[in-house]
Structure formats: C-alpha cells, structure tokens
Write a protein that binds this ligand. Structure first.
Ligand SMILES: Nc1ncnc2c1ncn2[C@@H]1O[C@H](COP(=O)(O)OP(=O)(O)OP(=O)(O)O)[C@@H](O)[C@H]1O
Length: 404
C-alpha cells in the first residue's frame, strides 16, 4: 500500500505530499488536478501516462521534469522522473534501476476511467493490454518472453519495411528470427491462454452482478493472433510475400485480442405446451428461432458497455489477489509483491448509482488500495458505508486544501 505519495511538476499540480489511506477520495472542480494525481501514480507504475505519450505534454509548463515518489507500507520506495526529452530515471529503494517492469511489479495499478470506456470499439491493443496486465502479474515467465518477441518483431518489421525483395543473406536472417519468434510465441500464447481460462468465471460473476440481464448471454473469447495449431515460423514463411507487400508482420501474438460475444437466448416455452400440438408449434414462429451471435459492442447501449468494461476490469482483481479457489492459485506462479492500487477516475459521471455501489462494495472487500476522484462530495456517504477510515482530499487549482 502507498503510505506516502509525492508528486512534483506534473501538469498543474503544486508539489504534492500525501499520506493516503486504504481508500482515498479526491474531490475538486473541473481542471483542479484530480486526474493528474491518478496520472502520477499510473506513471510511476507503468512508466507512461494514460493520457499522453509525450512527457512534455504532462511535465509542468516551464519545468524540465516531472517526478513521482512513493513509499510503500513495507518501507520500499519507488521513484520515477520523466524529462522533456523522454529520458526516464527509475529508482527502487534509492537505487537506479533500468527496467520499468521492476517498478510495475512493485506497484500494480488498475485504472477505470472514461478514456478506457471505448475499449470495445477501439483496436485490439487496449483489450490485449487488459489480458497482459493479468498475465504480467501472474506469470513470471511472461514478460521476458514478450520483450524478446517484441525485439525480434521490430527487427523483422524494419527489414520488411525497407525491402520488397530479400537477398539470400537477408532471407536466412529472417528465417532465423522467425524461428525465435515462433518459440517465444508458443510460450506467450501458453501463458495468455492459461490466465484467460482462469479469468472467465470471474468475468461471468462480475457480469451477473453488474449486468444481470445479460448473465447468460455474454461470454469472452481469446484470439491468439495466429493459428496456434501450426508453428508461427511456418505460417510466417507461407505469408512472407504478403508481409513484404504490407511492410509489416500481420500475424502473431502482437495481434492477439479479447472479444466479448453476445448470443440470444431461445424463448422459453411452458412445459409440454407444444408437445401435444405440432401444428401449434409450427404456427409459432418463435419456436424455431435460431440463436443469434454478435459482438457485444454491436448490441449493448453505451451505458451497458461501460458496465461491461467495468466488469472486465473489476473481475481481474479477485483473480490476481487469489481470493478464489486453489485451482486459480495454481495458475498464478508469480507471487504478488504489493497491494494493487485501483484508480477510479470520475466514476460518478460514468456509472449509475447501482453500478457504483457494486464497484465500491467489491473493492472494499479486496485487499487493494483505492483512489477515486469526484466533482462533488455526493459519493462520500457510500464510501463511508464501505470503508472505516477513508481519506478525503479537496483539490483546488492543483493544490490539496488543508483538512478542515
Ligand atoms: N503541462 C501542463 N502544465 C501545466 N498545467 C497543465 C499541463 N497540462 C495540463 N494542465 C492543466 O492542468 C489541469 C489538470 O487537469 P486535470 O485533468 O488533472 O483536472 P481534473 O480535476 O481531473 O478535471 P476534470 O474534472 O475536468 O476531469 C488543467 O487545468 C490543465 O489545463
């Protein structure tokens, strides 16, 4: 759990120095800096902002760098400094580290915010990241494989981009990379598939709570990004000409995706209603209605999609925290080294009262730390219902106002 949080020169924030509790509510007007505070914690955990890629966009105007520092309750300290030229300095326990994943491991953050609410309609990247967040924290071997895969893929794509025709030497090099890609791909798929399987029942449980009317109708599927019954290098070889035309690699783990499907339910008929009367059954046009299947994004209303995305994210936490049965525990081979931090940005504007109550009551039962932003204090009665000693911070023009 974050015991102390310090943020300097991030957007409009005046240097922040907070001692957060298990549940924290940040209240303030539009533009007061609430989201920037969440952005700071996300930056520390992931090495990037959830709003802009370029550091110069979020580093305070006329400053050279933004810094976020956190002290965890077990004494560990984490720090990140982002400079305008995108140089990043990372520290764990005052020692410089060179790999963001080291900090990510120490501070898992789960974000539920308005920008992620379009995830079903966007390209596959955000849905793939959703799965990979779980896989990263639950499967120790995943990250090194993913890094090695990405490195080879980058080399391959830059060769494809330069050339329409390859020399013999380049072809031999490409084949060697493809072999490497194939072996990383098989493992990455293996990790993702195992975590996906373990995640599904949690997703169904969250849907039953947040979208009960669709409990029987929504399901998830995982697409590996290539045909996993054939080694990836064989498939890459078969489609080399197409990839050369395109200038990039079209299949592989980097194209994996998560889909949410909707299917209709057959109308339920009263017992024996049609058995004695085949003519009546034939006359009833609903009797033989086929089961319809669709992408959930094409069926659900905007509000329902938000609930679905909330269910996707929320269902990850109990799995990650191993609050389920031993079967799920056996899937998790990476011991979680820190309390997950849940960042809820402006949920009152996104979700209805019932959904907010389900979200908060679920989070209050889990060993996680919560930071939520709100324009008004209308959320406080609910927060006090579920947490014993929440911290309430009021923000104005980038500063936390002193407690009254
Ligand atoms: N690089 C920057 N330097 C200084 N100020 C910035 C920078 N980038 C953005 N700002 C300002 O910082 C403020 C940050 O707003 P932020 O999104 O954190 O507020 P918020 O309280 O979450 O608002 P809302 O409720 O409208 O979402 C905005 O007023 C914005 O103009």
């Amino acid at each position: 759990m974050i015991e102390r949080l310090q943020i300097s020169y991030l957007r409009n924030l005046t240097p922040i120095n907070l001692a957060p509790a298990a549940c924290n509510v940040i209240i303030g007007a539009n533009g007061s800096g609430k989201t920037s505070l969440l952005e700071g914690m996300f930056l520390l955990s992931r090495g990037k902002s959830f709003r802009h890629n370029q550091p110069k966009r979020y580093i305070q105007h006329h400053k050279d760098a933004a810094t976020v520092h956190a002290k965890l309750s077990d004494g560990r300290t984490l720090a990140i400094q982002k400079q305008a030229d995108a140089t990043t300095i990372l520290r764990l326990n005052q020692t410089t580290v060179y790999n963001q994943s080291i900090l990510t491991e120490q501070l898992p953050t789960l974000l539920i915010d308005p920008s992620t609410m379009d995830m079903l309609e966007q390209g596959s990247a955000s849905r793939r990241q959703l799965l990979d967040w779980l896989v990263f924290h639950m499967k120790q071997g995943f990250h090194p494989q993913w890094i090695a895969y990405q490195r080879l893929l980058k080399q391959r794509n830059s060769l494809l981009k330069q050339r329409r025709h390859l020399t013999h030497v380049q072809l031999a090099e490409l084949r060697a990379w493809d072999k490497g890609l194939a072996s990383h791909a098989a493992l990455i798929h293996h990790y993702r598939e195992a975590i996906f399987e373990a995640w599904q029942p949690y997703f169904s449980e969250s849907i039953a709570q947040l979208l009960p009317a669709y409990a029987e109708q929504l399901s998830l599927s995982y697409n590996a990004g290539y045909d996993t019954s054939v080694a990836l290098d064989i498939q890459l070889n078969e489609r080399l000409d197409q990839d050369l035309q395109l200038g990039y690699t079209r299949i592989g783990n980097h194209r994996a995706d998560i889909h949410v499907h909707w299917r209709s339910i057959r109308p339920i008929h009263k017992a024996n209603e049609h058995l004695n009367s085949p003519l009546a059954a034939a006359a009833d046009s609903t009797f033989k209605l086929p089961i319809l299947k669709e992408q959930a994004a094409n069926i659900l209303s905007r509000g329902e999609k938000k609930l679905l995305i909330t269910a996707l994210r929320l269902s990850q936490l109990p799995l990650l925290l191993n609050t389920g049965n031993d079967l799920e525990a056996s899937v998790n081979d990476a011991k979680l080294s820190a309390t997950p931090v849940v960042l809820l940005d402006d949920i009152t504007a996104e979700l209805d009262d019932r959904a907010i109550e389900i979200l908060l009551s679920t989070l209050a039962q889990l060993p996680c730390q919560v930071f939520m932003t709100s324009l008004t204090d209308s959320i406080l009665p609910l927060v006090y219902e579920y947490w014993e000693k929440p911290q309430v911070f009021h923000m104005k023009q980038g500063s936390i106002l002193p407690a009254q």
